[in-house]
Design a protein around this ligand. Structure first.
Ligand SMILES: [Zn+2]
Length: 189
């Protein structure tokens, strides 16, 4: 049975048995927090548990490496929507140690694209359109530098309202221990 079939079968049972009832809440985050974290598998349950966050407490945005890599991209837009429309008034950017994104080599990844059937001429056209594919796909060397860069981008975004602290943290994907790398409360505009 495929993963999709497994999921749909489980889902039918989940709904029929009303297992959803214990998760009932609203779309507004009770703790008024928006969290940006990495899509890493180890954080799916660990991160909310380690922060004492339950269903309904927070808005969660995920990206590879917890990176905001464009001031007008989808991640930044999600954070702005959470702040302006969904009543979040604090932002947490949470990277993690041993992040897969730190090891991403854009040259190797482009090689994998070619192996999987993407044509070299497609890569050339994208580069010709002045999209820096290597820069776009590039991983980061140091998690702390990367978190601080994303924090800085969110904190100083021209559309961020004043009075919204943006914090930077790094979580240990094994123990769940959080290290604070930037306390946004000190820097609220
Ligand atoms: Zn990661």
């Amino acid at each position: 049975m495929s993963a999709l079939q497994n999921i749909l079968e489980f889902n039918e049972k989940f709904v029929a048995e009303k297992q959803y009832e214990e998760y009932a809440t609203t779309k507004f985050p009770d703790k008024k927090i928006v969290v940006l974290s990495c899509m890493d598998t180890r954080l799916v349950e660990l991160l909310p548990k380690a922060m004492n966050l339950r269903n309904g407490d927070v808005k969660v945005v995920k990206s590879a490496g917890a990176i905001v890599n464009h001031p007008f991209g989808g991640i930044m837009r999600s954070i702005l929507v959470a702040v302006y429309e969904l009543k979040a008034d604090e932002v947490y950017v949470i990277g993690h140690y041993d992040c897969g994104m730190s090891a991403v080599d854009s040259n190797v990844m482009i090689g994998h694209m070619l192996e999987r059937g993407v044509k070299q001429e497609t890569i050339d056209v994208i580069n010709y359109a002045r999209i820096d594919l290597k820069e776009w796909l590039r991983g980061f060397g140091d998690i702390k530098t990367s978190v601080l860069k994303s924090v800085d981008l969110v904190r100083n975004h021209p559309l961020m309202p004043t009075g919204v602290p943006v914090h930077g943290l790094i979580i240990d994907p094994e123990t769940g221990k959080l290290d604070l790398v930037s306390d946004g409360s000190d820097k609220v505009k």
